[in-house]
Design a protein around this ligand. Structure first.
Ligand code: XIL
Length: 386
């Protein structure tokens, strides 16, 4: 009798384990055997994500996903002024320490976000900044000294300034209106970077901004302005080490890999590191005008066709990340890891056109890898997509 062909026979223990694994796996989920952190690392890329301190503590599925997927963390909110300075007489490092503690336990690096930004300050700070230059300077000096002293061992890269370059559709000025600009004049950025360097000689000092990702006249002009800003830093001897491209991608805006790669090369030629800091995908038929700035075109997928939406988002992510890596970028962070916790699925921050869920991130709301996850893995591995 010929031996029966078939799968190798499993022992009882292996059968039980495999049954348990099947039960633990959400239905229809692709089994993610290793995280993006391992895949990226094999190709010399650091992959990471923004994190929220609360679910890291109370949602084990989220904590597990962050530990598996990310080699690098950035606090989504815990490093901003209103988190660190709830009142003038108090610094609160609790949420940020929870994140650096988690990172230490999981062998992850942490980058900081953000020391100077026009947003996310409590009313007391805004009032104080209106009291004049001396007061504003004192606040900035104290903040940078105290925060960098506290975080120095754990955080070796900070977004010293965030979103300081003006949007071309608002003004022809280089710098965006900001309480800091009003209080300290256009030299406020030079001051912030110099203070950060004085506080920590080996910290990576990063300038972070958005609007440099797509192929529109606005993006062309924003890229030009960011280059003017960092060339100005260099010419004035202001210390800056890296530029972060936020990467809030718009699924349907025109895109040019050549322009993105060229921009990254221009920054690299100035001696700057380049990284993607806040990658996610905005979908115009789901999000409101205030987020995307563009209405869905006639060829946009039916919002109910999740597979078509995901496929287009994944293709855009692959194209963008590949273009940045081609130019010499070596780190990529998504702005969250799961659609369960994202500013883009939070109606408070992202006004919606549609009752259907937004799908901005690599894992869905049940932590299953989406096409975007696989597109990132392909981009890190230098594989084409799809
Ligand atoms: C967003 C957070 O994701 C929200 O939860 C928060 O309340 C508002 O800020 N660019 C940035 C980030 O640099 O700090 C912003 O984060 C998203 C846009």
């Amino acid at each position: 009798m010929r031996p029966r062909r078939g799968p190798p026979r499993l022992g009882r223990r292996a059968l039980l384990l495999s049954a348990a694994a099947t039960l633990a796996q959400p239905r229809g989920a692709a089994l993610a055997t290793e995280g993006l952190r391992a895949i990226a690392a094999r190709h010399g890329v650091a992959f990471g994500c923004a994190v929220r301190h609360r679910p890291i503590g109370d949602d084990p599925a989220y904590a597990g996903a962050v530990a598996r997927e990310a080699a690098l963390l950035v606090p989504e909110g815990a490093g901003k002024w209103w988190a660190l300075r709830p009142s003038e007489d108090r610094f609160d490092f609790g949420p940020l320490d929870a994140i650096t503690g988690f990172a230490a336990r999981h062998g992850q690096a942490v980058r900081g976000h953000t020391l100077v930004w026009h947003a996310a300050m409590e009313a007391w700070t805004l009032r104080a900044l209106e009291e004049g230059e001396r007061r504003a300077r004192g606040l900035l000096e104290a903040h940078i000294a105290r925060v960098l002293a506290h975080t120095a061992p754990a955080i070796r890269d900070w977004d010293v300034a965030n979103e300081a370059v003006a949007n071309p559709w608002d003004t022809t000025e280089l710098l965006k209106d900001s309480p800091w600009l009003r209080a300290l004049g256009p030299g406020y950025l030079d001051l912030a970077f110099r203070l950060a360097r004085a506080a920590d000689a080996t910290l990576t000092l990063t300038y972070n901004d958005y609007g440099c990702e797509h192929d529109t006249p606005h993006d062309d002009e924003k890229r030009r302005r960011v280059l003017v800003l960092v060339r100005g830093f260099r010419d004035r001897g202001v210390p800056v080490d890296a530029v972060g491209l936020q990467g809030h991608l718009h699924r349907d805006l025109p895109f040019s890999a050549r322009k993105v790669t060229g921009f990254v090369r221009d920054l690299r030629a100035l001696g700057l590191g380049v990284l993607v800091t806040e990658l996610d995908v905005i979908e115009p038929e789901i999000h409101g005008e205030t987020v995307g700035g563009v209405a869905p075109g006639p060829e946009a997928p039916d919002p109910a066709d999740i597979a078509a939406r995901d496929a287009r988002a994944a293709a855009r992510v692959h194209a963008f990340v590949s273009a940045v890596l081609e130019g010499g970028g070596r780190a990529v962070l998504t702005w969250g890891i799961t659609d369960r916790y994202s500013w883009a699925t939070d109606p408070a921050h992202a006004p919606r056109l549609s009752p259907l869920p937004a799908r901005p991130l690599p894992l869905d709301a049940a932590f299953r890898p989406k096409p975007m996850w696989h597109a990132l893995a392909a981009a890190f591995s230098g594989r084409p997509w799809p």
